[in-house]
Each structure stands twice: as C-alpha cells, then as structure tokens.
Design a protein around this ligand. Structure first.
Ligand code: MG
Length: 383
C-alpha cells in the first residue's frame, strides 16, 4: 500500500488524484488531505476514506468540522500550518502537491525534510524557489516526481538516459483557448472565452495561464529546475493535438517522445507508481489510424509575450522568477474577477519585472518578501 497525503484535494488535479486512488484502492490509501474552503468535498472524502488529518482554510470551518466529527479520531487543522501538517503526516509515503500558487512552497519543503516522495503538480513552487527545493531534495535524497503532463513525459523519456547526453528538451504547447487569435482579437475577450480550453480540462487559473501562454513559461522554468537544463536548451513548440506530451532530443539527433490521449490521470498515476505502471481501465487509448496527422508550429514570442517574459525571468535568475509568478497570480485573479482586461495581465507582469531589482541566490525569507512586495505592487496597479 502506498500511503498518500494530498494538498488541494478539491481542485482539478486533486479530484483526478482521488479518481486514481479509487481506481486502485488495493494499492493506494488516502491518509490526509487539504481542501481550502470546500467543506462539502471534505465531508465526502472523510466519509469515503476515513483519513487521519484534514486541513481547511479557516479556523471557523475547522472548528465546525471538529464538532461534527467529535466521535472520530480525525485531526482537523487549518491555514498554512494545516497544509504543513498534511504534507508531513508521519504515516504517509508520498505527498501529492496539487495546490495552486506559491502557497505550496513551504509545505513541500517540510515534506522533503520528512523524506516524503514528492509528486509535484504545483509548478509555482519550482518557479518561485527552484534552487531551494531542488537543493533540499538532493540533501534529503527525496525524488521529485513531476505530475505536469509535459514534465512527466520528459521524465519518462529520460528513463535509463544520462543527463549529459541531452541536447534539447522540447515542450509541446496546445496554444490554449486563444491560439488562433491575433493580439487585436484579444481586446475585450471575456473570462468565459478564456476558460474554454480546446484540449484539457483544468482549473481556472491554469486555463487562463494556458491562454496567456504563461503556463508554458512556468513550465519552461519548471523543466529547467527539474532536469537541470539551461534555458537555451529548452524549446517550446505549438502542437494543437496535445498528443505528444513533450520530447527530448539527444546529442546523436535521436528524439524520444511520450505520447497519449490528453488525460491528467496518466501522469498522476505514473508519479504514484513510479517506476512501475498500473493499468488505466478508464483511459482512452491512442488510435493512430483515427488520428492520421499531427501538427507542429513555431511559437510566436511577440504574440505570446508571457512566454518571452518567462524566458527573460528564468535567464535573469535570482528573485526575478518569484516576481514573474507573484505578478501573474495576482493579475490572473484580477482578470477572473472582472477587474482587468485579458491583455492587462501581460502589462502588469512586465511592469512588475521592469521595476524589480534582482537579488541573486535568495533565501526563503527573501523569496517570501519579494513575493509579498510584488503582490502589493500589482494590487496597487489594479486599484
Ligand atoms: Mg502542463
């Protein structure tokens, strides 16, 4: 039995992680989870899995649950401390981190110290503090298994390969909901337009990130840290079908790709079973005859400016990726709440980055400070 703690159980990746656990309930056991403000989901999961620890966002929700389940042995916790408790629950082998945003960073670091295997869907953790997370993982000899489909693909392509033989990492991008629009056609697009992703069903924040191409930008930075590859050797290619989930080109010109139908349960399950594989009875198999063709196109960095900003931030290094991520989180939230236009997301990120003075090799305190300062600054632009 693999014993699992799950941060972000009510989000898109969390829900699909639960599906994987259910599908193989002879292999996996859910021991602890967090649900943010979604108490209804918490109750359903408590009744189904009888966990040891449950974390919610607020003290009020926590007290109410304690009262309702007073006859049980479940430990109810809340806030950032609650996330850390879920991440470090003694009996668990693996932490699935599926929360959204840099709030996932500190619990991940605590889980690494407790030697949990990390299945990481929370890319903001690596974007904002990749050097700290990877150093901690090395020090405590903890594997970081990617749950993001592209990085899972690369991880699979690299099995049995040596890092020194890699020439290029090629990340594929579906292009998001606005891939066929010009910049002029992006003026006045609505939240609903942006949330209508052609291939993948995901949470709101990541769907907007896909439409701005920031998601791919964050993934470039994530790949840099996970695989130790310089930014010059990470490429992005537009691939509408989302069938090739990413590729690795080696020095001998060989390219290894990982393919499949777009289904997040596959990379989730791979991270939970690695280096083994289990069947996926509800998965749809790839039919090459039906598919017939696949398409690959060059990325337009002028059209998708957030991708350029991400490369710029990554190459600049230090605290710049923290600024990129924090500015993006606040701007996307403002767009989702109808406070700013779609293209203003880009403008605010650019403003935050050009205003920032980089600090190299920042410690955790500096990162937290820069993260907060950037959020304040972008909020002041919104107001
Ligand atoms: Mg992805």
């Amino acid at each position: 039995m693999r014993k699992i703690s799950l941060l972000g159980a009510s989000g898109s990746i969390g829900v699909q992680t639960i599906e994987v656990i259910r599908q193989h309930n002879d292999q996996f056991e859910l021991l602890a989870f967090s649900v943010g403000g979604n108490v209804k989901v918490a109750k359903e999961l408590i009744n189904e899995f009888s966990p040891l620890v449950v974390s919610v966002q607020t003290k009020e929700d926590c007290e109410a649950l304690k009262l309702e389940y007073s006859s049980s042995n479940i430990r109810f916790v809340y806030g950032e401390e609650g996330l850390i408790e879920v991440a470090t629950v003694k009996e668990a082998d693996v932490l699935v981190n599926a929360v959204m945003g840099s709030v996932g960073l500190v619990p991940t670091l605590h889980a690494i110290e407790c030697k949990k295997v990390i299945a990481l869907a929370n890319k903001e953790t690596l974007v904002t503090a990749g050097h700290i997370v990877m150093e901690a993982a090395r020090k405590h000899q903890v594997p970081i298994l990617p749950v993001d489909s592209e990085h899972s693909a690369i991880y699979q392509c690299l099995q049995g390969e040596k890092e020194k033989n890699i020439n290029t990492i090629i990340l594929t991008a579906s292009g998001g909901s606005f891939r066929d629009r010009t910049r002029d056609e992006l003026i006045g697009v609505t939240r609903e337009d942006a949330l209508n992703h052609p291939n993948w069903s995901m949470g709101a924040k990541i769907t907007i990130d896909s439409a701005t191409m920031m998601n791919k930008g964050l993934e470039v930075i994530e790949a840099h840290w996970l695989f130790g590859i310089p930014y010059e050797d990470i490429q992005v290619v537009l691939h509408r079908e989302s069938v090739v989930h990413s590729m690795v080109e080696f020095h001998d010109t060989s390219v290894i790709a990982q393919l499949g139908t777009p289904d997040m349960r596959v990379p989730i399950q791979y991270a939970l079973t690695y280096p083994d594989r289990l069947p996926h009875p509800r998965g749809k198999r790839l039919n090459f005859m039906e598919m017939g063709k696949m398409h690959f196109e060059k990325m337009d960095f002028n059209r998708f400016r957030c991708l350029q900003y991400a490369y710029d931030a990554g190459k600049a290094g230090g605290t710049m990726t923290t600024v990129l991520n924090a500015a993006n989180e606040v701007a996307v939230d403002a767009f989702l709440n109808g406070k700013i236009d779609f293209l203003t997301i880009e403008t605010f990120i650019e403003n935050a980055m050009s205003k920032h003075t980089i600090q190299m090799a920042p410690d955790l305190e500096t990162i937290k400070e820069v993260d907060l300062d950037t959020r304040h600054y972008v909020r002041s632009l919104i107001d």
